[in-house]
Design a protein around this ligand. Structure first.
Ligand SMILES: *Cc1c(COP(=O)(O)O)cnc(C)c1O
Length: 361
């Protein structure tokens, strides 16, 4: 069986390093907001090219905290792509804000910048882009709109650690960016984890306080905060894996290139990228008309696949008020997409087999 993603194999490569670093945490006996967080957040900020980074409990919290710290709430509208993982949209509604859905571009799967302006109203406060599937959004038009209408720009970078647009990494393309370190992400820990990056000192201090019970110093609470912290063991693990992120992303790129050059089947639409550096191939998403049949076919050939995602947010039970709405591009994508295996630990044999089996479909 070719696994979609072999997390055990991915993490086993760092077993010794991780074990000795966890022992260090045990020796120190300090589990939250300590040296490991200090080291990792500095290294992660440096990696992204931002002044600041803060470890938090997960990606959803990172998104939530960015919106909360900006003071956005009831009545405020935030523009967001209609085809994203539901977390992006939940973070907006959990703050009482209104998510305003915009259709994606069918070729990049990212938000279609040409459809944003018509959705801007006097209540619009921000544009939340999502670097979906690992490909950096082409930001220029979004920056221009934000300037024209005085809007904030935020990034959901949960799938795109290391992707580059205009010589800058994601996480450094907006007012603030949210990352997830969920185990299956390109940079993943061994449990839940997330981070926020920003260049805005004031915003950073506010987010840091809100994430720690609204406290800027011990027992001094200036905001009605939350508890969202990255623990020391996860920070230690992430700091080790960060060193290998670029190499892992390169391997993903090589596989994606091999797939794109060698999969030749009229029934399969391959993903594109506007720049090799812009895509870190968190997932390799192809489209095909009879998606379920194709998935069954791959399964019978021992190739595991996943759908990212089978149902768009506006058709979910959680958003009944939107169920009658139609976003045809989004719906077409969700109906026809399927993600082929891609990971830094796939062997050449496995990669070739995927190509061979897909071409025979
Ligand atoms: C994974 C993911 C999140 C949520 O991250 P968690 O750490 O699971 O909370 C948010 N947005 C996108 C696009 C994601 O892929």
């Amino acid at each position: 069986m070719i696994n979609f993603l072999d997390l055990k194999k991915i993490n086993n490569r760092f077993r010794n390093e991780i074990n000795s670093r966890i022992e260090k945490v045990l020796d120190k006996g300090w589990y939250l907001q300590g040296e490991e967080n200090e080291i990792f957040s500095n290294n992660f900020a440096k990696y992204c090219g931002t002044k600041y980074a803060l470890g938090v409990a997960n990606g959803l919290d990172a998104l939530n905290l960015i919106i909360k710290a900006n003071g956005f709430s009831i009545g405020d509208e935030i523009i967001v792509p209609a085809n994203t993982y539901i977390a992006t949209i939940l973070a907006i509604s959990q703050n009482g804000c209104t998510p305003v859905l915009v259709e994606p571009d069918i070729n990049t799967y990212n938000i279609n910048p040409d459809l944003i302006e018509e959705k801007i109203t006097k209540n619009t406060r921000a544009i939340m882009v999502v670097h979906l599937y690992g490909q950096a959004v082409q930001m220029q038009k979004i920056w221009d709109l934000a300037k024209k209408y005085n809007l904030k720009v935020f990034e959901d970078s949960a799938q795109a650690h290391g992707a580059i647009y205009n010589n800058k990494k994601v996480g450094n393309l907006s007012d603030a960016s949210a990352f997830s370190f969920y185990p299956g992400k390109n940079l993943g820990c061994m449990g839940d984890g997330g981070a926020i990056t920003t260049n805005d000192e004031e915003l950073f201090k506010k987010i840091k306080a809100i994430a720690n019970y609204g406290s800027d110093r011990k027992y001094h609470h200036i905001y009605k905060g939350v508890n969202s912290r990255l623990d020391e063991i996860q920070a230690a693990i992430l700091d080790i894996k960060l060193k290998y992120l670029d190499k892992d992303n390169q391997k993903r790129s090589q596989i994606a290139k091999f797939y794109r050059e060698n999969i030749k089947n009229d029934k399969i639409i391959l993903p594109e990228t506007y720049d090799e550096k812009a895509h870190v191939w968190h997932v390799f998403v192809v489209r095909t008309k009879n998606r379920d049949e194709f998935q069954e076919y791959l399964k019978s050939n021992n190739i595991q696949t996943i759908i990212h995602y089978p149902t768009p947010p506006h058709k979910q039970g959680a958003y009944k008020e939107w169920n009658h709405l139609s976003y045809p591009v989004t719906e077409k994508i969700h109906r026809t997409i399927i993600s082929l295996p891609i990971s830094p630990v796939m062997t050449d044999d496995e990669i070739s087999k995927v190509v061979r089996v897909v071409n025979k479909y």
